[in-house]
Design a protein. Sequence first.
Length: 336
Amino acid sequence: MIETDIIIIGAGPVGLFAIFEAGLLKLRCHLIDSLPQPGGQCSEIYPKKPIYDIPGFPSINAGELIDNLMEQAAPFKPGFTLGEAASDIEKLEDGSFIVTTVKGTKHHAPIVMIAGGLGVFEPRKPPIGNIADFEDKGVEYIIKDPEFYRGKRCVIAGGGDSALDWSIYLAEKKIAKEVVLVHRSASFRGHLDSVQKVIDMAENGTIRLITESEVTGLNGNGVLNEVAIQHQTQGEIKVETDHFIPLFGLKPSLGPIANWGLEIEKNAIKVNTLDYSTNIPGIYAIGDVNTYEGKLKLILCGFHEGTIALQSAFARIYPDKKNVLKYTTVNGVQGF
């Protein structure tokens, strides 16, 4: 049995920052994650993807952000159970919890903080009959390392931030030999500045932009070498390529957490915005895994939610102890 003050389910950026905030309150944390390393999606899916809305960092790669958060958490000596998804939870008579993983590892603490991001996820795949034949042979649903595409011809499909950001990155950094962005509409769902940048790059020839179209066919002998694009007015367009990367987002699922008796709404955990507590006293939910009126699924919002939740957790663990907010600029950071 692993004993700690707070069990954090999810070792993504929000869970990692919670270690730091808990440490300032002299609370120990142990994190559980199904992935084999800390970082969540930032490490597993897009470690080289630039993030632009972390305060104090005009741009930081997702992997670098995780490295920094791990360094920030290090003085507080967190524990990790990695490569094991949390599967069961039991509430004891004293109000504390035992969380058991799929491999049977048990963890005991008075507080459980769920920071599971989008939960268990898989990519949304376009309805192309033979797409499975080219998976890992020219078709990828996520970009882990942009260097993989060095000197290659790439067709990216999608109209959201991920498709826009990666098209810009691969073309602007001159990583890919050619970048073609295909979108079924003439308008995009991403940030306006990214949309304008793609339009500008298309006009100067840095990116080939094909709108009102979708990729409908894949061709190749063992490996991908051509995509067929159906345009609304021009008909079929054939484009030679080395990689087809449909970035249509992920289909999230809460997995076993959905069966823990928590109040669920639209595949997310409902919380009280006073302290981001759930309907089960002692269990909190922070980051993308939670939902409330006005919710924004941003990493920086998760940082705020975790900070507030931990103040409440401290009061729950030590009801007779007064917590006086101490500024790190005055007191510094004192680890365990």
